[in-house]
Write a protein that binds this ligand. Structure first.
Ligand code: TUI
Length: 313
């Protein structure tokens, strides 16, 4: 029922893609999502190329299904990671925090599908012209770095502006968001926060618990004054950030405060002083489930929802 152009393009069973979250999206999570019929993604983040190569090889040992690597263009290693994905013949690359245009021909030549994240129609059109195979339209409900538009406003505008398939991201964590995304014209969804709370996700249990405890208004956006707004769960660090921003601290000072904070939360489980990147849907993520359960719950409930939609009162 949900076999879309995205399933065809990526050779996957369900059009559900896992966000390529730095530190969180390791080989274990990526392989579990791919084994469950979605597309798992290894998040390269700021990791050096050798670390990413090891993760790719680990994922290959854990699944025979397609998976991808997310390249974060603010990383100093981004160029080297492009070389690694080419060498390792990773089937799919998603990109974030920058324009992948100049790398697209090289990747496509090796048969690698390129799916950039966009948060505007202008960039979507530019990347379609540059040869992107599909796009992830990411609304500002998502965790981590955010754009300006909401998923509800962005997705249909991107869908109307391009011919390639669009994947919706931001604010999606269950079957209702999945069906809504398809109604907006998306051919698939990407979920980050929901997969942080997957059993196979190697993030610290305290990080997962913080998301499970979170409510509708638990996230805040810090870093607006630096030009790099980031959505996180409110904690001691986010308050320190807000206080510094109110005092008109310099970008350097704010960047210094942010250094190493994501690792501190994800790896060390320091939920007070770490950066707890998470989306607004944290309030509906209420338990840890396996990747297979997360995906199957969405597909089964979405099928039932669509069957019953005509009986709406
Ligand atoms: O990349 C994200 N979200 C992220 S990356 C991240 S990693 C990190 N952050 C802080 C410290 C350590 C690690 C956390 N969250 N989302 C994808 C995304 N990309 N959203 C928007 C964009 C984007 C922005 C500008 C894509 C392209 C772009 O191009 C500008 C241009 O035209 O060059």
């Amino acid at each position: 029922m949900f076999y879309t152009k995205i399933c065809e393009l990526l050779n996957i069973k369900y059009p559900i893609i896992q966000g390529g979250m730095a530190w969180v999206a390791t080989a274990e999570l990526a392989a579990a999502v791919s084994n469950a019929g979605g597309l798992g993604i290894i998040g390269a983040g700021n990791a050096p190329e050798d670390v990413v190569r090891d993760e790719i090889r680990k994922a290959k040992s854990l699944t025979d299904k397609p998976f991808g690597v997310n390249i974060y263009f603010m990383s100093p290693y981004a160029d080297k990671i492009i070389d690694v994905v080419l060498e390792e013949k990773v089937p799919v690359v998603t990109t974030g925090a920058g324009n992948p245009g100049k790398y697209i021909p090289k990747l496509k030549q090796e048969g690698i599908k390129v799916i950039p994240v966009v948060s505007s129609v202008a960039l979507a059109k530019r990347l379609e012209r540059a040869g992107a195979d599909a796009l992830i339209a990411e609304g500002m409900e998502c965790g981590g770095h955010i754009g300006e538009l909401t998923t509800m406003a962005l997705v249909p505008q991107v869908v109307d502006a391009v011919k390639i398939p669009v994947i919706a991201a931001g604010g999606i964590a269950d079957f209702r968001g999945f069906v809504a995304a398809l109604a907006l014209g998306a051919k698939g969804v990407q979920m980050g926060t929901r997969f942080v709370c997957a059993k196979e996700c190697t993030a610290h249990d305290k990080y997962k618990e913080a998301i499970i405890k979170a409510k509708d208004r638990s996230t805040v956006v810090t870093g607006k004054t630096t030009g790099h707004p980031v959505r996180v769960l409110k904690n001691k660090l986010s308050v320190m950030f807000e206080e510094l921003e109110q005092k008109h601290a310099s970008v350097d000072e704010l960047e210094e405060l942010g250094k190493g904070r994501l690792r501190l939360a994800v790896v060390d489980g320091d939920i007070d002083n770490g950066s707890l990147m998470a989306g607004q849907v944290s309030g509906i993520v209420d338990e840890v489930k396996s990747a297979k359960e997360i995906i199957e719950d969405i597909i089964i409930n979405a099928e039932n929802l669509l069957k019953n939609l005509s009986k709406l009162k």
